[in-house]
Design a protein around this ligand. Structure first.
Ligand SMILES: Cc1cc2nc3c(=O)[nH]c(=O)nc-3n(C[C@H](O)[C@H](O)[C@H](O)COP(=O)(O)OP(=O)(O)OC[C@H]3O[C@@H](n4cnc5c(N)ncnc54)[C@H](O)[C@@H]3O)c2cc1C
Length: 412
């Protein structure tokens, strides 16, 4: 019987342990936290959005994974959304697909999924060691020695590093000593504070959600944009499109200290001419109505009031009274709203870390290190991250499954 030391009892580590057959290799899971799968229990607002129906081989992975799209394509050829749902069904977790493609357990309970996953790992012979913070990993003859913060050590034939996105500095250094490089770290999937959020006009918008909006930033010579639902909040903006933009521009926004110009297009597919016509019709045909009581293009009244105030138009004035320069401003705002990002509000978003173990040092058919035999990686500790919608957990399960499958084959 071989021993696998799993560093990290999170999504990737426990899934790998559950994927083992418990015959020729047994996993010992060492987790720094008080109980395993602590983060999984908080995912999807406590419901756990654990995969997405768009994770199929034919997908455009660049849309979902700002870093690691090609590696994910390779992993998904063996572990797609169906394989993922079937694996969880075997563990006792039936699932459902929401209209937008997000997949949740039928129970809508992240705790339920976490408990079933732990149970499956135990049935595969896994043993859990909590409050066990690994601080170093060294080669020892044919195997490894893992050292812990309390001074204890563990000898293992193979090691799976699955410690998530937050690295213990000493553990990180010991991997560097084994030759592994790290891609730079940056937070990803966050909401954005905006300078305009302090203005009285913005107060109208807070709490409003708008579909299919395009937002983008230009940082240096690089342009980034994302489309989808946006949520206006008292501090700025959030929602799937904002989080996706934060993921694609994660490194550049960090470098710019979260200070950048942002554009927002409420009608990204509408030609300028159509917008101009709408504003002209407003002035001509509805001249006798108060402008705050009419709106163009079905804009919700909160957003309409904001646009009027930003264009310098008194909402109580009549449509026929809109001065020419104010009508021009309104037209410009309907095409594109310019805003200024001033920061990243704490605790607003899903939050994952981009960066980590360099992908080129890993064989993605086995998840084994290309530099050190019998050393494996899975989950967020690798330089792979996705947008919101179940893509990050899928990456954790897919890498864990690949590592588990190759360990079984190796020690048959
Ligand atoms: C609030 C929140 C909500 C989220 N919701 C979703 C969602 O709905 N869908 C989705 O796809 N993604 C979601 N995510 C992201 C997702 O949770 C992560 O991508 C995923 O958990 C990564 O799995 P992992 O196993 O790599 O890391 P983790 O799940 O973070 O597990 C790492 C484990 O390693 C342990 N550890 C760390 N260092 C050491 C050490 N030195 N020694 C021993 N143990 C160590 C930690 O205690 C932890 O248990 C969410 C994240 C957050 C924060």
């Amino acid at each position: 019987m071989r021993t696998l030391a799993v560093i990290g009892g999170g999504a990737a580590g426990v899934f790998c342990a559950a994927a083992l057959d418990g015959k020729n290799i047994r996993s010992e899971i060492f987790d720094a936290a008080e109980f395993p799968l602590q983060k999984v229990r908080q995912t999807g607002g406590g419901r756990c959005n654990f995969t997405n129906s768009r994770i199929v081989s034919s997908a455009n992975f660049g849309e979902f994974y700002p870093r690691g799209a090609n590696n994910m394509r390779k992993l998904v050829s063996k572990f797609d959304v169906d394989a993922c749902r079937k694996a969880f069904e075997r563990f006792g977790v039936r699932s459902k697909v929401e209209p937008d493609g997000r997949v949740f357990p039928e129970s809508d309970s992240a705790d339920f999924l976490a408990d079933k996953l732990i149970n499956a790992a135990c049935q595969s012979g896994a043993r859990f060691h909590q409050k066990a913070r690994a601080v170093s990993l060294k080669k020892h003859f044919d195997g490894f020695v893992v050292a812990f913060a309390d001074g204890s050590e563990f000898f293992a034939d193979c090691v799976l590093v699955a410690c998530g996105g937050v690295w213990n500095p000493q553990l990180k250094m010991s991997l560097e000593n084994l030759g592994h490089g790290f891609a730079p770290f940056a937070p990803s999937l966050f909401a954005m504070s905006l300078a305009e959020a302090g203005s009285p006009a913005w107060a109208e918008l807070s709490g409003l959600s708008m579909p299919n909006v395009q937002i983008g930033v230009k940082i240096g010579k690089k342009n980034f944009s994302a489309r989808g639902d946006i949520l206006f909040a008292h501090f700025g903006i959030s929602g799937p499109a904002t989080l996706a933009l934060s993921a694609f521009a994660a490194l550049e926004l960090l470098e710019a200290k979260y200070s950048a110009d942002l554009f927002l297009r409420l009608f990204p597919d509408m030609p300028e001419g159509r917008i101009s016509k709408e504003v002209e019709a407003l002035r001509n045909k509805r001249g006798a109505s108060k402008i705050k009581n009419v709106s163009v293009l079905g804009i919700p009244s909160a957003a309409w009031l904001y646009l009027l105030k930003r264009a310098g138009i008194n909402p109580d004035s009549l449509c026929s009274e809109i001065p020419g320069d104010a009508a021009k401003s309104l037209r410009r705002l309907l095409s594109e709203i310019s805003l200024r990002i001033t920061g990243k509000p704490p605790h607003k978003g899903e939050f994952v870390t981009c960066g980590g173990i360099e992908r080129k040092s890993i064989d993605f058919s086995t998840m084994e290190s290309r530099l050190v035999k019998n050393l494996y990686f899975a989950g967020e500790c690798i330089d792979i991250d996705g947008i919101t919608g179940g893509f990050n957990l899928h990456a954790a399960w897919a890498t864990g499954a690949a590592a588990g499958g190759s360990l079984i084959e190796q020690f048959l």
